[in-house]
Ligand binder design. Structure first.
Ligand SMILES: [Fe+2]
Length: 545
């Protein structure tokens, strides 16, 4: 379709009528998830195509056989009474390389930066007054003579605090009480070996609760690491992954259909980044976070408690602070001189820059200066509706969204953020789940308490903390469904753009991504643990899985 800005459109009446009809098809329902703008019903054009259904189903062909084999092995050959027995989950699939690496401290700490949830950590500086970790704890991993205050000032302390999970009391599952912990943990970055080391984990949040240390009795320490892994899994799957990509971008997709005509160049730019997205979110609502659905069955909270996780994270998000450079800077992980290795940043920033340059080139075709943007009524209506909190006016409630779009630069930044989140960021979070959010690495629930007393954890306790095998196989089943299929790849726009200048901008973008791909491959070869998740060839354009 030929792109036209509103005032250039040769058929303005048709454009107006089409937009009016779109507004009747796309509107929010704020009651599905308390106050959150969810698309009321999904128009037919948003649904998965036959090609999508067929190829995604085909990508799952081995899954039922894999699960049957896992259950047969467990029932007939070896019941699960050892942590390694969870490896029986992998029969027709290659076992992810890091799936048992957390048992060694090096693998556990490395997972914080190379795993599926790198956004869980932030630089700690200064050290808070009531901090549970002490200089003595630090000495055990960093050597005597160092203090928390000095190490924090030097950018060598990193902290994870799963406060967003602290409201969870737990749920009953087949006669057992299970829960999701909300631990805090401190890590020390050793600049000499360029590795993260775990200082300690506080499993419970009460004042004076035990700080578990790597030097503790082995089984105590393994139990504390299990608690961390569980919190990280839940924080990732329905937090950084679901809330910070699936939830935050959906209002943008809806309002784009309501306020920007299909002929609008910005609509055309965003369309591939919203492909199948609204339908995928709808499936998530009715078949994943629904009563009795996978979230209720797998996660340790009641359904209401578990859904509190995305709602807590959603409140922390706004479109200004979640540009990639700002998000990294806010967590204190932006500076490669300080944290010399952080794959999400090292691979993400070049991609962010490439998207920004592409969006800039593209907008330059249609807007010669800031007044052109200010005078575009559809872009202004889009901006206003996204920013609006008013539920009677279909407000998109996008926190941090300006009321007016008054410059090309601002529009470029917001569109870059949208494409980054729908494309590379979602792909990184979504597809890394297969490698990490499975047993024995991560469980969505702890099925027994982690004992506080020193030396009280037995091997039997560890196995009681871990999920029943059926739950572990159900977790693997869903993890495969969410990660088996990539519809397209970043920058692969097929025949989306008809203007030759736009095609040129796309070609330059793709060539830049090819160079970045090679650079990432070279960097990845030098890493202690591979982090392939931001390779452009592995990123899809839209959130549709
Ligand atoms: Fe996803």
């Amino acid at each position: 379709m030929q792109p036209y800005l509103p005032h250039d459109d040769p058929n303005p009446e048709f454009r107006k009528q089409t937009l009016e009809s779109r507004r009747k098809q796309y509107f929010f329902n704020y009651n599905y998830i308390s106050g959150y703008p969810f698309l009321d019903h999904v128009p037919k054009r948003e649904k998965f195509s036959i090609y999508y259904w067929a190829s995604r189903s085909a990508s799952l062909g081995l899954l039922p056989f894999n699960i049957v084999l896992a259950k047969l092995r467990t029932a007939l050959i070896k019941p699960v009474d050892h942590l390694y027995d969870f490896l029986n989950l992998y029969n027709l699939y290659r076992r992810p390389e890091q799936i048992e690496a957390w048992l060694a401290d090096e693998g556990f700490a490395e997972q914080r930066i190379s795993g599926c949830n790198p956004q869980a950590i932030r630089r700690l500086d200064p050290v808070p007054a009531d901090f549970p970790f002490s200089d003595a704890h630090l000495h055990a991993v960093a050597g005597n003579g160092r203090t928390l205050a000095e190490e924090a000032a030097a950018g060598r302390l990193y902290f994870a605090d799963f406060e967003a999970l602290a409201h969870i009391k737990g749920s009953d599952f087949k006669g057992r009480h299970r829960t999701i912990p909300s631990p805090r943990a401190l890590f020390w970055w050793d600049r000499d070996d360029e590795k993260l080391h775990t200082v300690g984990i506080q499993v419970r949040r009460q004042a004076g609760a035990r700080v578990f240390l790597p030097s503790d009795p082995l089984l105590d320490w393994v139990a504390a690491k299990m608690a961390y892994q569980c919190a990280d899994a839940c924080h990732q799957e329905i937090g950084t992954h679901f809330a910070w990509t699936h939830m935050v971008m959906a209002p943008v997709a809806v309002v784009t259909n309501r306020q920007l005509a299909e002929q609008h160049p910005v609509h055309q730019l965003l369309a591939p980044h919203f492909r199948f997205y609204l339908y995928d979110n709808e499936l998530g609502r009715v078949a994943f976070i629904n009563p009795g659905g996978p979230v209720e069955r797998m996660l340790g909270g009641t359904l209401e408690e578990s859904l509190g996780i995305p709602l807590n994270l959603y409140k922390l998000w706004n479109i200004r602070d979640f540009t990639l450079p700002t998000e990294l800077a806010r967590r204190g992980v932006a500076d490669p001189e300080i944290l010399t290795r952080y794959p999400m940043r090292d691979d993400g920033v070049p991609i962010w820059n490439a998207i920004g340059a592409f969006v800039g080139n593209y907008l330059g075709i249609y807007y010669k200066n800031d007044s052109d943007v200010a005078a575009d009524p559809e872009v202004q209506a889009w901006t206003r509706e996204l920013a609006s909190q008013d539920t009677s006016q279909n407000g998109g409630r996008i926190a941090g969204m300006p009321e007016r779009m008054d410059s090309v630069g601002l529009l470029q930044q917001i569109l870059t953020t949208i494409i980054w989140i729908c494309g590379p960021l979602h792909s990184m979070l979504n597809f890394s789940q297969w490698d990490y959010i499975n047993l024995p690495n991560m469980s969505y629930a702890l099925y027994a308490e982690v004992p506080e007393e020193v030396g009280a954890t037995t091997y039997d306790t560890l196995m009681k903390i871990m999920p029943p095998f059926n739950q572990a196989s159900y977790q693997l089943w869903w993890c495969k469904i969410l990660t088996s299929y990539r519809y397209d790849k970043l920058g692969d726009y097929l025949q989306q753009f008809s203007a030759p200048e736009a095609q040129l901008a796309v070609q330059v973008f793709r060539q830049r991504l090819q160079v970045i791909e090679k650079e990432i491959e070279a960097r990845d070869a030098t890493r202690p643990v591979s982090f392939p998740y931001l390779k452009p060839s592995l990123c899809i354009n839209s959130i549709n899985t």
